[in-house]
Design a protein around this ligand. Sequence first.
Ligand code: TYC
Length: 103
Amino acid sequence: THHDGDGSIAVQESKPELKRPSMYSVVMLNDDYTPMEFVVEVLQKFFGKSPEQATEIMLAVHMKGSAVCGVYTKDIAETKAEFVNQYSIDCQHPLKCELAPAE
Ligand code: TYC
């Protein structure tokens, strides 16, 4: 609260600034070695896709070089990409995901 020039009292209203969180796409990348079945398994395991959805996304990556697996807040997107990348290393496949700012 402070005194204005005209002698009146102004109350500083703290407006609740509610910004929507910035969203990130998890992008799956093609390579020549990862088996198609492994990619389909990963898409079901880490992104909750049905076998049909997973196959569709895998084929899009295979044909176009990359495709979006899902759009999430930064923390969730980072965690999902790390899970996929570590699981792929564990299974000795070169499959990789990366993040891209959505919209
Ligand atoms: N290109 C791979 C193959 O022919 C299949 C593949 C699809 C790999 C999608 C990675 O993200 C990927 N076995």
